[in-house]
Ligand binder design. Structure first.
Ligand SMILES: Nc1ncnc2c1ncn2[C@@H]1O[C@H](COP(=O)(O)OP(=O)(O)O)[C@@H](O)[C@H]1O
Ligand SMILES: [Mg+2]
Length: 358
């Protein structure tokens, strides 16, 4: 187990003119489960591979357990990786697959068997130890790949989209298992995914990347409640936060003919920034239907999920999504009224830089 520090770490691929990872700073505590999340191409895998010693660190440094890893080859970093394509040896049994790294390391057969059996117990693979991978389900194969990493008892787990090959239901189950397993083992883990739900449900803290740059590094609820910029606000949460650029009017912001009121503190932030418009954000569950007042909207789509419904609407060219009770949801093309839930949080972002203002 070990803490990990990225110190102004950058990576640029040969022949490219932009940094794949741009001046990354992260302090990861010993035993922490950190998720790197972001859209495709945002530098997640590169950042992980830099940690694992599979890509050069062109600027800055990465430390594991307080030791600078510059020049330390991958095999000497005491890291175990689990990738999306966790190719298992088809001709080896589950036990042989799991113990192979130990065999290469010269660990005795008896010791290997003990470690493999322990890991198999944790992963619920005991009865499959003598099978070949072809005889296993996708989820079981995924667990063998985890087992292969566990038996090495590394200081750090690096996982790059390890669940991408599983179907949706299995992915949900397996992510819970991996998170529980990590907590039990207490091994510092850096986990890469493009799936914000996976990030939010698994990580102690989540680092959001975009264009190789860190956007925010925080606990899931903080990312959700106080996104640092408009990108994080739109990326975390499903359906996404309503984010619209609105003109500032006396007392609030204008949506069509209506004014959505802001409190004094929010208004003064806007005045201080000298803005005439603002990127206004509110989550769908923090808008509600109302009979009077609020903003008049036209209903474009109702997504009924049984337990809840999402109403997609517009007012002029402003689109707003609201969550409501499916039993009382309006119908397509209805006119409805939306207002902010009394406790609903409003998020204000600079219309050009996207930085949070309130
Ligand atoms: N081997 C490579 N050679 C050149 N460019 C690469 C290579 N691998 C990744 N890149 C580029 O680096 C950036 C970050 O890629 P990557 O770390 O794979 O992103 P992610 O894992 O978030 O999808 C992207 O612009 C990608 O095109
Ligand atoms: Mg990747």
């Amino acid at each position: 187990m070990a803490a990990i520090t990225y110190k102004n770490a950058s990576c640029i691929y040969e022949g490219s003119d932009k940094l794949a990872v741009d001046n990354l700073n992260l302090d990861i505590a010993d035993g922490e489960f950190v998720v790197l999340v972001g859209p495709s191409g945002s530098g997640k895998s590169t950042a992980l591979r830099m940690l694992a010693g599979l890509e050069d660190i062109d600027e800055g440094a990465i430390e594991i357990g307080g030791k600078d890893m510059t020049g330390v080859p991958s095999k000497d970093r005491d890291i175990a990786m689990v990738f999306q394509n966790y190719a298992l040896y088809p001709n080896k049994t589950v036990a042989e697959n799991m113990g192979f790294a130990l065999k290469l390391r010269g660990v005795s057969a008896e010791e290997r068997r003990k470690k493999v059996e322990n890991a198999a117990k944790i992963l619920d693979l005991t009865e499959h130890l003598d099978r070949k991978p072809a005889k296993l389900s996708g989820g079981q194969r995924q667990r063998v790949a985890m087992g292969r990493a566990i038996v090495r008892e590394p200081q750090v787990f690096c996982m790059d989209e390890p669940l991408s090959n599983l179907d949706a239901k299995l992915r949900v189950q397996t992510r819970t298992q991996i998170a529980a397993l990590q907590r039990r083992l207490g091994t510092t883990t850096v986990y890469v995914t493009h799936d914000q739900v996976e990030a939010m449900t698994m990580g102690d803290r989540v680092a959001v990347l975009r264009f190789g740059k860190l956007q925010q590094f925080a606990a899931p609820n903080e990312l959700y409640d106080r996104p640092a910029n408009a990108f994080v606000a739109g990326f975390i949460g499903s359906p996404a936060m309503n984010l619209v650029t609105l003109p500032i009017a006396p007392g609030g912001v204008k949506i069509g003919e209506s004014t959505l009121e802001l409190d004094r503190e929010q208004l003064s932030k806007l005045t201080d920034a000298g803005l005439s418009e603002v990127t206004f954000g509110i989550r769908p569950e923090q808008l509600e239907l109302t009979d009077s007042g609020g903003v008049e909207v036209v209903v474009d789509l109702v997504e009924d999920l049984g337990s809840e419904a999402f109403v997609y609407t517009h007012a002029g060219d402003v689109e707003l999504v609201a969550r409501c009770n499916p039993r009382t949801a309006p119908k397509l093309a209805d006119t409805a009224r939306l207002r902010r839930h009394p406790e609903g949080a409003i998020h204000l972002f600079h219309p050009q830089t996207g930085e949070r203002l309130n």
